[in-house]
Design a binder for this molecule. Sequence first.
Ligand SMILES: Nc1ncnc2c1ncn2[C@@H]1O[C@H](COP(=O)(O)OP(=O)(O)OP(=O)(O)O)[C@@H](O)[C@H]1O
Ligand SMILES: [Mg+2]
Ligand SMILES: [Zn+2]
Ligand SMILES: [Zn+2]
Length: 664
Amino acid sequence: MELVNNKDFKAIIMDQRTGKDSAQWEGTTLDYLQFVQDDPKLARFAPGRIFDMIAKNGTRDVDPSLKTRGYEDLLQYKFFDGKIFGTYEAIHDIMRFLKAAARRTETGKRILIMVGPVASGKSTIAYLVKRGLERDTSPVYAIKGCPIQEDPLHLIPHEDRSYWEENLGVRVEGELCPVCQFNVDENHTDEDGNVLWEDVVVEKFRFSEQRRKGIGTFQPSDPKSQDISELIGSVNMAKLTRHGETDPRAYQFDGELQVGNRGMVEYIEILKADIKFHYVLISVAQEQLLKAPRFPQMHNDTLILSHTNQTEYDSFKADKKNEALQDRMYPIQVPYNLRIDDEVKIYEKMIKESEFANIHIAPGTLRVAAQFAILSRLTASTKVSNLVEKMKLYNGETSEEFKKQEIDLKALRLEGRENGEGMFGISPRFIINALNIALGTKEEKNCVNPIDIIRALRQNFDHQIGITEEDQGRFLNLLIGEKDSVSFEYKQFAKKQVNMAFLYAYEEQANTLFDNYMQNAEAFCKKEKVFDSITSEYSNPDEKLMRSIEELISVPVNSRGEFRNGIFVYKSSCIEKGEPFTFMSYTPLKEAIEKKLMSDLKNVVALTIADKTSTDEKKQKRRERAMRKLLPLGGETPKSHVDYCVHCANMLLAFIGEVLRKEE
Ligand SMILES: Nc1ncnc2c1ncn2[C@@H]1O[C@H](COP(=O)(O)OP(=O)(O)OP(=O)(O)O)[C@@H](O)[C@H]1O
Ligand SMILES: [Mg+2]
Ligand SMILES: [Zn+2]
Ligand SMILES: [Zn+2]
C-alpha cells in the first residue's frame, strides 16, 4: 500500500463521514405517522423494500434473443453490475417473486428456493442482497427496544386500523410482539386503561448482519444437534427464575427469523435441515406468523432467501413424503452461465479476488477455459450442427453461415432450457482450480497460456470426484477432439492472431490495397474512368480487383453497386464528423481487406515462423516486425490478458509454427 505522508487522517475520516446518512433519529409514533403520510413506502413489507433497493439502481435492456417465452420483459439489473455476470433469468425470477411477496399474493407466500448446480452463484446472489440492504439509505423505523425491530404501525389498536390504513394509504399487518406489548401495558397505559400508543418511542435503524438487525443467516448443522431455537430464539434460564415462564423478559427473541424481521434471512442448504424446521418456515412464508413456545404467535415480515444444490433438490423431490412441503416452495433455477463473454468476466472477477492476481494471463486463455466450461453445459439440438456452433450463437457470434440458415435463437434457447441446459457441467470453481494447477506446475510462475490451461483442465478431470467415466469421455472430446472442440477453436484463434500480427506489420500493403479499391469504387459510382498515374492513361474501373475483395465478405454481384455506394455514404459521414477515413474505418471493408491480405500472406507466415532455426536475415526481420505488433507495449509485461508479453508472444509463434509444420 502506498504511504500517505503529511496527511491529516482525522480530517480524512471526517470527510469520509460527511455525506453518509446517519441512522440516528428518535421520536414518537406520532412523528412516525407523519412520516408515513409523507412517504407511505416506509410501511412497505420486507420483500417490497428489497425489490425497491435492487430496482432503484436502474436496469438496462438485454439482447432481444434472450427474451424467450416467459421472459419477454427480461432486464438486466444494474445492482449486480460487476458482481454477477449473466444469470439474468434467475435474477428476473427473484424480482418477480419479490413483487408478488410484497403484495402478499399466494405466489409470494411460498419459500423462495434457489436451485442450481455447484458454484452457479447462489450464495453470491444472497450475499449481494444482504450487503445491498446494509448499504441501502432509504430510511426504516422500528419501535425502540423491540427485539425484532418491528414496524411502529403495529401499535395502532385494531379497531382504529382501518382509519389509518385508509388515510395513510398503507396496510398494517400483525400484532405487537410480546416485548412491546409488555412495554405498552407497563409504560404507556394510563390509569383509566387508555393506551397512549402515539407516545411510544420510535427510532430509525440501519440493517446490519453484524449487529443482528434485519439480516439473519441460517445454516443447518449436524442433523442430530439441530436446535430449533436457532430459528425462533430461546428461554433465558437466568431470567426465567426472576420473571417467570410467560414473561417476555425471560425469552430471547434472537433466532435468525426474529433477527431477520423487516429484512431477510439467508437460509443455506435448506434441504439439509430437519423437517420440523421447514414447518416453521412455511408458517412464516404463508401467514407471516412465528410461534415461540408459551407465547402467542408473532408477526414476522421476512424474505427467506434459501438455496440448495441440484442434487439435493432432486432427491428431495423424489421423496413422496415431501410432497406437501414441495408445494409450498417456490424454486428458482440458477443455472450456469451459457455465454462465453460473461463466463470470462466471472473468471476475471475471481482472479482479481485471488492470490494470483499478478500473473500474466496470455490472450485467449480465459476464453479457452470459458469455452470448455460452456460446452460442458450445453445440450445437443437438431437445430444446429454441433455444440461449438451453438456456443457461438449463444455468445452472439453470428457469422454469415448462421445468418443464411436463419436459426431462431429464441427457439434454440427455449429448447435448451427445457432440456436442463446449464444445470450440469463444469463450474467456474473447477476452472479456477485448473488455472491454479496450471500455475503450480510451471517453473517460471509468471505466465499461463491457453495450452497450459488445456493441459491442466485435462489433468483435473482425474482429481475431481463426481465426474463419471462417461462425462470424462465427453469432456475430453470437447476439450481436445479433432474438430468442434476447444483446442480446434484455439488453433483457429491463434492462427488469426499470428496472421493479424503479420498483416499489421505490413500495414502499408493494406493501405495500398484500400486506396486502390476506393479509387476504383469511386470511379464506378460516378461512372468515370480511372486515371493511371504511371501510364497516364484512363481506363475502366478494375472490376476484377473490386470483386476479389468483395467476394471475401459475400457481397453478391447484383448488389455490388449498393455496397460501393454505402461505403461513400459512410465516408462522407466520417468527413462531416471530422474523422479520418482509413481502411479500418468501415468494418465490412476492413474485414474484406484483411481476408484478402491474409490469403496472400499465408505462405509468408508459414515460411517465416515454421523454421525456427533459420538464420535468414529477411525472415528474422519479418518475425521481429510481427513480434512488435503482438507487443504494443514494447515488451513490458502487460496488466491485462488482452495483450501479449514477450514470453507469451514467443510461445504463440512457436505453437503456430508447429501447427503449420504439421499441416504441410
Ligand atoms: N454468474 C456468476 N457471476 C459472477 N460470479 C459467479 C457467477 N457464478 C459463479 N460465480 C462465482 O463462482 C464462485 C462460486 O459461487 P457461489 O459460491 O455463489 O456458488 P453457489 O451456487 O452458492 O455454490 P454451492 O452450490 O457450491 O454453494 C464465486 O466466486 C462466484 O463469485
Ligand atoms: Mg453456496
Ligand atoms: Zn416488538
Ligand atoms: Zn505472458
